[in-house]
Write a protein that binds this ligand. Sequence first.
Ligand code: DHK
Length: 152
Amino acid sequence: MRRSMSQVLVLNGPNLNLLGRREPGTYGAATLADVEAMLADQAATAGLGIDFFQSNHEGALVDRVQATFEDGTRAAIINPGALTHTSVALRDAFLAVSLPFVEVHLSNIHARESFRHHSYLSDVAMGTIVGLGPLGYSLALTAVAARLATDA
Ligand code: DHK
């Protein structure tokens, strides 16, 4: 059966609600609303349904990933913020629901402090995009759309 709308979920973790105001030299001038508006336009052009969720709380993000079991979400894009480097729970949530996802970081985490070099998500992600600013989210959506087109 072919679905008319594919559902993509865009997740952002702690402190990403402050984009545009937070360390702009590292994270840029675009706000999260700017990024989400760009992705909404891109998704509409691609005929994809898209949802957004940001939280500063690990458990809320785990709950949202778990909810994809039932809500028709077929792939995700996530910038987990600092939870990238700490959260076994978020990793396990993605594995629990078998949801394909792309991991995005605005900054190049490999060019920063060593504690940012390890991600608990990268080895179970479809792919990772780092260091390209908001463009990384757009490239991730392109990759997810291609994946959903082949899975349809
Ligand atoms: C965002 C954060 O909040 C940091 O904790 C990560 C990531 C990097 C980013 O580059 O988008 O280490």
